[in-house]
Design a protein around this ligand. Structure first.
Ligand code: PRX
Length: 657
């Protein structure tokens, strides 16, 4: 949806839905929470931090003297894994289920807090035996299986730093991330199940490490998930199950400083190089746990929570691994795709486990909507009592469908805005308080200072749009970009003095509620995943056929945005390359190989020229007009205004894929 479409659709959006009196009465968060937090935000966060167990209590809450590098609870010490595991067992909750794992083929595993704690202790011993110590980096490249969570917690337990790389990324993307973080160990699997098939993972690790491309890596721990045959390198490779069987199940969690790094998670920025977003321990866990308890109204004794995100993304870190486990929740994790082996698989899982809280992405909701309500209607979804949305603006139609068809017309929807950088949810309704509006994230969380500002950084009045900023530090904020403090300053803190600039456009409606309008930079959002235009352009020009490439995010009904690429080919190289359609297929596959299938362009348009300003900057706005099949906008700043006629003429003639 273009910004203008969105703004006009907002203008007509006046519906709001109050929570039922019964829900409000029992809700964890009551209306006083806002005033209580606003009276003294630091004291409020200190109070929330006390929900964790500290080996050494903190005496200072926030140190912002070296802004924008924050320190929260700096002199406190804790162990993140202990907080997610051991303390629940010590509190007599060892028999409570922590994870219901549902494999795509239908195999299942159940971990209680006691058995999950034992597995993490063993894994911590395995890591220690392999020489991994506090501060070392461990890359995790796994499917959505229990070992992914066990690995993350084991790394955290010994004070090391994990860098989870989504299993859909290519060998090259994996190698870049391993190199940047100088990971000592890689944890992977032979493969995982996706779309009804065993899909290999280990070969990508082998390729990433080949030719000593990643000299920091000493070992590769391999989980056996599918049993498919793998190439084996005696000097580096170790089977996970063999190491786990040999390892002791005794392990005492040591205390680490609150600011001890917990993980790096790479995300796309506006340049070709992904940014290693760094998060630390005490503040991150405080906000992840607090938001999880209050935004989803978690009742750990009775709720069955399911967040459909993969651990390869920030949502899988904060709302699968850390928030829910710190809160002692019982959750479902699912390995596969929503349509395997049948399109009702998700609803079947909800029925089977009696899921009460579902947290998913608008793109998934839209794809279910397209298939029709008869599919979810065939299952009992009456246990659902809170629904969450994340990753991109949710269009009001999808929001209403989610509410009516999945939530039975009564479960509150929390549309949660946040980012890899923010670590935890920042803007969201609270389900027992907020009168929710379809399509809006609405309210900054208690203790969070978010605002919409104009070009000069001044707060806009209600009814106006601008840029989303966060004006005060928050506990789970990123502590920097791995080994690149300058980029951290430049990317987030230079646009508006003293305020964190999120890169999103937003608007305040007449009630002051916040509506997110999408990215204002060269970052695309495809199915809730961030992709950089520059990164895909670099992938395209790395193919010997391509002389120049420009990539834009075009509106897409299903995925929110889709990648559309315009390429100029080298005439000398493509003499026998075939038709535009053949070329397009090969280049799309090339991008999938370079970055990963998620980055594959929906369309590649072969053009003779690209629209540029006199200073040589590509005018993506005009290409977006072509990609979205709209009349071309203002071309007066183009160096050669006839270029757009040629491009749009060729596209209209259907000469492209
Ligand atoms: O543009 C916003 C969009 O996703 C971006 C953050 O992407 P990522 O770091 O990958 O994290 C996604 C999961 C937290 C934001 O800058 N975004 C995320 N949630 C929403 C959203 N846009 C609108 N509404 C949301 N609820």
């Amino acid at each position: 949806m273009s910004e203008n479409d969105l703004i006009s659709s907002l203008a007509s959006e006046s519906r709001s839905f109050a929570p039922s009196a019964e829900f409000s009465r029992q809700a964890n968060a009551q209306p006083e929470i806002y005033a209580h937090a606003a009276a003294n935000p630091e004291a409020f966060w200190a109070e929330q931090a006390h929900a964790l167990t500290w080996h050494k209590p903190f005496t200072k809450t926030l140190d912002w003297s070296d802004a924008p590098f924050a320190k929260w609870f700096d002199d406190g010490e804790l162990n993140v894994a202990y907080n997610c595991l051991d303390r629940h067992v010590e509190n007599g909750l060892g028999e409570r289920v922590a994870l219901f794992f549902e494999g795509e083929p239908g195999d299942t595993q159940v971990f209680t807090y006691a058995t999950l704690t034992e597995a993490v202790k063993r894994a911590a011993n395995v890591l220690a035996d392999l020489g991994v110590t506090a501060g070392d980096r461990v890359a995790i490249y796994l499917p959505m299986i229990p070992e992914a969570i066990i690995s993350m917690l084991a790394v955290a337990r010994i004070g090391a730093i994990h860098s989870v790389v989504f299993g859909g990324f290519s060998a090259d993307s994996l190698a870049t991330r391993i190199q940047d973080a100088e990971a000592k160990l890689v944890i992977t699997a032979d493969g995982g199940y996706r779309k009804g098939k065993a899909s290999a993972l280990k070969p990508a690790v082998d390729e990433a490490l080949s030719g000593n491309a990643c000299p920091s890596v000493q070992h590769v721990l391999v989980v056996q998930r599918t049993g498919q045959s793998v190439e084996w390198f005696e000097t580096t490779d170790i089977w996970w199950h063999e190491a786990m069987n040999k390892a002791s199940s005794e392990h005492t969690a040591q205390a680490f400083a609150a600011e001890n790094p917990l993980f790096i998670l790479y995300t796309s920025g506006t340049t070709g190089k992904p940014k290693g977003i760094l998060h630390t321990s005490g503040g991150y866990l405080t906000q992840a746990a607090f938001t999880h308890r209050n935004i989803f109204d978690l009742k750990p004794e009775t709720d069955i929570y399911w967040c459909t995100a993969d651990v390869g993304w920030i949502t899988g870190h904060s709302y699968v691994a850390y928030g829910p486990l710190a809160n002692g929740a019982t959750q479902v994790i699912y390995e596969g795709t929503p349509d395997a082996p049948h399109p009702g698989r998700w609803w079947e899982i909800i029925q089977k486990y009696g899921v009460t809280i579902l947290y998913t992405a608008p793109t998934a909701i839209r794809s279910f909507m397209k298939l029709g309500r008869q599919i979810p209607d065939a299952f009992d979804l009456s246990t659902l009592r809170v629904l969450g949305s994340v990753g991109e603006p949710i269009n009001p139609e999808a929001w209403m469908w989610y509410r009516d068809v999945i939530g039975g017309g009564s479960a509150p929807i929390v549309d949660t805005w946040w980012q890899t950088e923010t670590g935890a949810i920042m803007i969201s309704p609270l389900p027992g308080i907020t009168h929710t509006k379809p399509g809006s994230a609405q309210v900054p969380m208690s203790g969070i200072a978010a605002d919409v500002v104009d070009d000069h950084g001044h707060s806009v009045a209600n009814g106006h749009g601008g840029y989303l900023v966060i004006s005060e530090p928050w506990p789970s904020m990123l502590r920097g970009i791995w080994r690149d403090p300058e980029r951290f300053n430049e990317t987030y803190w230079s646009r508006f003095h003293g305020q964190y600039f999120a890169g999103d456009g937003a608007k305040k409606d007449a009630d002051g509620d916040i509506w997110l309008l999408g990215r204002v930079d060269d970052v695309m959002n495809v199915s809730g995943h961030r992709l950089s235009t520059t990164e895909i352009e670099s992938a395209l020009v790395s193919h010997h056929w391509v002389a120049e490439a420009a990539v834009v995010g075009a509106r897409d009904e299903l995925t929110g945005q889709a990648v559309v690429a315009f390429v100029i080919l080298r005439q000398d190289e493509i003499a026998d390359a075939g038709s535009d359609a053949d070329i397009s297929k090969i280049l799309r596959d090339h991008v999938a190989k370079e970055i990963g299938p998620i980055a594959k362009p929906r369309q590649i348009m072969v053009v003779a020229e690209l629209p540029k300003t006199r200073s040589g900057k590509i005018m993506r706005r005009l290409l977006r007009d072509v990609a979205e099949d709209r009349p071309i906008g203002d071309v007066t700043t183009l160096a050669d205004s006839s270029v757009m006629n040629i491009i749009s003429g060729k596209i209209a003639a259907g000469a492209n894929d």
